[in-house]
Design a protein. Sequence first.
Length: 659
Amino acid sequence: MDYAVTAREIVDKVGGESNIVSATHCMTRLRLVLKDEGVVDDEKVKGIPGVVGVMRKSGQYQIIIGNNVAKCYAEFTKLGNFTDEPVANAGKKKEKRKINPVSAVLDAISGSIAPIIPAIIGAGMIRVLYIILNFWIPAENSTMTILNAIADAAFYFLPILIAFSAGKKFGANPYLTAAVVGVLIHPNIIAAVTNATDEWATFLGIPLLNTSYSSTVLPALLTAYAMSWIEKGVDKITPAITKNFLKPMLIILISAPVALIILGPLGSYIGLGLEWVITHLNVYVPWLVAIIMAVAMPYLVMTGMHWAFIPVTLAALETPQGEMLMLPAMLAANLALGASCLAVAVRSKDKTLKQEAAASGVSAIFAGVTEPGLYGVMLPQKKPLIAVAVACFVSGLIGGLAGVAASAFASPSLLSITIFVHGEGFTNLIWAIVMAVVSIVSAFLLTLFIPEFTRLFNKIFPKRKRAAEAAAKTAAEPQAECAGEENKAAESAGESSAAGQDESDVAGMRGEKIAAPLAGRLVSLSEVPDETFAAEILGKGAAIVPSDGKVYAPFAGIVESVAESRHALGLKSEKGAVLLIHIGLETVELHGKFFDCRVQAGQTFKKGDLLLAADLQGIAAAGYNTITPVVVTNADEYAEVSPQPPCEVAAGDTIIKLE
C-alpha cells in the first residue's frame, strides 16, 4: 500500500489543505478538525485505497486506517503545514457546534490518553517480562530491582504524562500543566501528607488529603482542564510587558493550591467511588459483569466509550487483584471478532471482501486492533456480530467464573496474552488461554455456519409469521409513507413496461438472468422485516444484506423511474423484465441523504454500469436497516421466478432466474 497516494487523496477529498485546521492520529484513526465538514463526501473518502471507514464525532472527522495509520499520518503531514493543535483551540477558527456532554467527556479522555498509550503499553509489557523472570530470579536481585523501576516509571509518573497530553487537548500550556501536576507527586508533598503529626497536613491552614496521586488519571485530567481556564484569566490581567515572567508564575501559584486542595482530592474520591462499585460487583456477581463487558465491548469500541474505563483500568492494574473488568473483556471480544472476520473471508466469494476480512481478522487476533474488522466487515455484514456476541458471552462467562485478571496494559491479543500472567504460577494465564481458544473457535464456527443456523431457524419458526410480527412492530404512519414511495417506483416501472409491452416482448423474456446489483449476503425476500416485501406484494425476488453501497446495473436496459428520495430505482431490461431495487427499509425518510444517484429516468445503461452509490454506514448510523430488496415487479408474466439460495454474492453474480 502506497500511503503517499492515500494521504494525497485524503487531503484532496476533505477539501484541500485550506480546509484542514489540525491533524492528529490515534492507534487506528486519522483525526482531522475541518473548517467545514459539509464539503466532504464520506463515500468518496471511503473509496480511497487504504481507508476502512469514516466517522464524524465530537467535532472531528475521523478516517479509519488501521494498523498503518502512523505511516499514513507521516505522509499526510508532508502535504501541508498541519498542526496537532487541540480541538479546543481549533474550534475558535470555525463555527461552534453543540456537542453532547457525554461525547465531550469521552473525547476529553480519549484525546488525553491516546497519545500516551505507547508508553503505557511498552511499560506494561516490560512489567510482564519482570513477572515472568521473577519466577526464577529473586526480586532482591539488583538487575530485577532496576528492571522493575523501568517498568514502573511510566505508571508512577502517569499523572505527568496525562497532564502534558491533556494540557495540549484542552488548549493549556502543556509544560505548565505537567509542572503543576508534578507537585501532586513531589516526594516532599508525599512526605508532608503521609508523615504529618496531626491527622491532616495543611497549606495556608487548609487541610490536604492524605493520599498518593501516583498512577492516577482523574486528578491530572481535572487539573489540566481547570488550568485551561486559569491560563485565560491570568492572560487577561497581566500587563503585556510582564507576561513572560509574571503570567507563568501566577498560573502555577494559583493552579498548584487548587490542585492540592480541590481537584486532586475530587479526582481521588471519584476514582475510589468507581473502584468501590467495580470491586463489589466483582465480589458478588463477577460472572455477570464479565459477560456484560465482553458482549458489549465491540459496541463500546465502536462508539469510543471504552475510553471511559481507562482511568479505572489503570488504577486496577496497580492493585494486587489486577484488572478484571476491561482487559479480559477485550481479550474475548478482540479474538472473537478476529475469528469471525476470518470465517467471513473463508465463506465470501467477493474477492475484495475476502481480502479485507482476512486482513482484519489477522489484525484483531494478533495485534488486538479491531476497528478495521468492525467498520469494514462486521457492520456491513451484520449477522457475524451475532456470532461474536455469542462467543463473547461464553468466553466472558469462563473468564468471570475463573476470575481472570490482567497485570499489565496492552490491547489483548494472542501476541500480548502474557499480560494475563498474574499471581502465583500460571493458572491465571491458562484460564486466559482457555478464554482465547473458546472465543476463536466458537466465533469462527458460528460465523461459518450462519446460513445453516438461519435455515434451521426458518424451519422452526415459519417465515411469514416472523415477517408479519416484525411488520406489526413498525409504526403505521412511517410504514405507509415508505410503502407509498415504494409503490410509486414500482407502479411507475410497471406502468411503463405495460404500456410498451407486446407479444414479442413477452416471448423475449424467457430465460433471462438477473445479476446482483450490489455485493453482500443474498437472503430470501421473506426475511425482509417489512410485510410489503416479505409477503411479495410488490413482486417476487430476493434481498441482499449489502457489504458495499455501490449499486450496479443487473442487466442492460433503461431506467424507468428514480424515487424522489433517490433510495429506489425502477429498471426495465432489454428483454422486458421490470425490477425494483430498494436500498434499505423506510429510507424514504432520509429524503435523499446518503444516496448519490448517477442516473435519471429514461437513461439507458449497460450491465455493470454504476447506477447509484449509498453510504451504508451513514444509513445504519441514522437507525435504518440497509437490507436491499431486489423485486421483479412483473413476476406474474413469468412461469417461474427462481432466486438463488442464500450465499455471499459479488455484484454481477446471478441471483434470480426468470423462465
